[in-house]
Design a protein around this ligand. Structure first.
Ligand code: ATP
Ligand code: MG
Length: 203
């Protein structure tokens, strides 16, 4: 079977890392838009283990974040979910995610998808040189954040404008805590899962 847009080339795998606490339509639209624009064969969502950026708040159990991500992506044949960061244990570093995905996916080009806010921090990440050798980075627009070219050498980062969805997991959690609805901000199955597991109630 031909792979990628032109066929015949290497398999093209998008990587969408995130805490996904909870996953919402902003994540899904970003992945879908980048998949189309970059002719990706698949996008794998990778929920973090213990996220070191968020050590100031309690993150929901990895298993809940993993299951919500599965529920949200299950119907899309181009989307999958990986447990690598959860199963590795400890804080997640993107360089480890990409190293592991590279080892698991020979003959595959990786495209790491990241929102404007995360891209802005890119240069503060660990092992940036190795990072950029492992994957092409794609920064997507996000309301409330400027999507600037971080001034990296040509070809390392691409910037993509996606339909603006002013949704964040932080806002979803705050809404649940206040008793406000999150219908249509996250997939229906995720709303029901949050209710069933009583997530975000006491925040
Ligand atoms: P939190 O508020 O807890 O930080 P979040 O909504 O930012 O949650 P994350 O899991 O932190 O979600 O984000 C994972 C990735 O998705 C990041 O690269 C982030 O920039 C991107 N992203 C999140 N929301 C959007 C959105 N509405 N539009 C585009 N990209 C997004
Ligand atoms: Mg975030």
């Amino acid at each position: 079977t031909p792979r990628g847009a032109g066929g015949g080339g290497k398999r093209r795998l998008g990587v969408m890392g995130g805490t996904f606490d909870p996953i919402h339509h902003g994540h899904l639209v970003a992945a879908s838009e980048v998949a189309a624009a970059f002719h990706l064969d698949e996008v794998v969502f990778v929920p973090t283990g213990e996220p070191w950026q968020k050590s100031h708040r309690t993150v929901s159990p990895a298993e809940d974040r993993y299951l919500m991500t599965v529920i949200a992506t299950a119907e899309n044949p181009q989307f999958s979910v990986s447990r690598i960061d959860i199963d590795r244990g400890g804080p997640t570093y993107t360089v480890d995610t990409l190293r592991d995905l590279r080892a698991l996916n020979p003959d595959t080009d990786l495209f790491f998808i990241t929102g404007a806010d995360a891209l802005a921090q890119i240069l503060t990440w660990r092992d940036t040189e190795e990072l950029f050798s492992l994957a092409h980075f794609i920064g997507v627009t996000r309301p409330g954040h400027h999507l600037d070219d971080p001034g990296l050498p040509e070809g390392i980062v691409s910037l993509v404008e996606v339909p603006a969805l002013a949704i964040s997991s932080t806002d979803c959690r705050a809404r649940v805590a206040k008793g406000d609805p999150i219908w249509y901000l996250v997939p229906d199955g995720v709303v029901r899962y949050i209710t069933k597991r009583e997530l975000y109630r006491g925040e």
